[in-house]
Design a protein around this ligand. Sequence first.
Ligand code: KG4
Ligand code: ZN
Length: 337
Amino acid sequence: MSIKILGIETSCDDSSMAVLMDGKILSNISYSQKIHEKYGGVVPEWASRKHLEAIVPLYLETLKSSDNDISQIDAIAVTQGPGLLGSLMVGIGFAKGLSFASGKPLIQVNHLEAHVISLLIDTPRPAFPFICLTVSGGHTQLVIVKDFNKMELVGSTIDDAAGEAYDKTGKLLGLPYPAGPHMDKLAQQGNNIFPFPISALKDYNYSFSGIKTSVLYFLKDQLNKNPDFIKENLNNLCASIQYSINEMLMIKLKKLAQKTGIKNIGIAGGVSANSGLREKLIKEGNKNQWNIYYPQLQYCTDNAAMIATVAYYKFQKSEFASMDFEALARFPIPQSK
Ligand code: KG4
Ligand code: ZN
């Protein structure tokens, strides 16, 4: 008998639902909220309102495009956290209501665990153990993945996340939110000619606040001399900022791969869509005989396919949630050695 899971993701500013059958994605639909662009960042109140508007049409569209109705679904999986409380509550409230009405069991999923597991959505899948560098708008984590439920968090950011570093420095350049994808495109036409700092903390932790401050002061200084400095140098500025951020990410990843001897290396999360980061990963992979992995673009940014994929493994171990579980704004990645 096949197992079908409906996945629901509303932790930040993407409303997403997916249907997964026996580990295969039948449908994955995401609505990205545009309203935040004009504010230069996610406005939590707007995010939850937009999830509320989207959730029922999204549910109907996802089931229809997967050719299923709710009676054919075996479990309803939803992101419990971490994320914006109001946004999480929309997805969880919907999942609970649907579970109550349909009698289908609920499965709660950690969003960070799901980003790691996004590497297992498509083939070829990394064999265990593998290293995952999760780089998103809210998180930067280095994780050793020994099995589905055996993850060890080895390093994380002590301040901004990598995606935040892209978005905040991009904002200084006048790019729309989220700036990461814009920076990526412009960087492809530029060169790394401005030496922004590459900070390297001890161990496997990251810090991105230095580059943000450095870009801010550098631009202030240059704009005083030439008010058109950004306009005239946009591509090179993007290439230089991108180089520094990606270099910081790769230094720790290389260090961990060397220390552990693990050759299966993946990147996940929104920033794993970055073409410069992928290029670096391919280059290092060739040099060090790594097997490298990154998700398809639709599974890099927040998506419900990764939520349903985690739930598929939980379903097989009968790890169901009770009706009274709550949204968690802070929810560390579950660890077990
Ligand atoms: O995983 P995600 O959708 O949301 C969180 O869980 O945070 O990641 C969103 C982040 C944003 O900061 C966005 O700017 C960044 O991913 N991002 C990129 C690219 N595409 C998305 N950053 C750099 N290059 C990209 N191509
Ligand atoms: Zn995410």
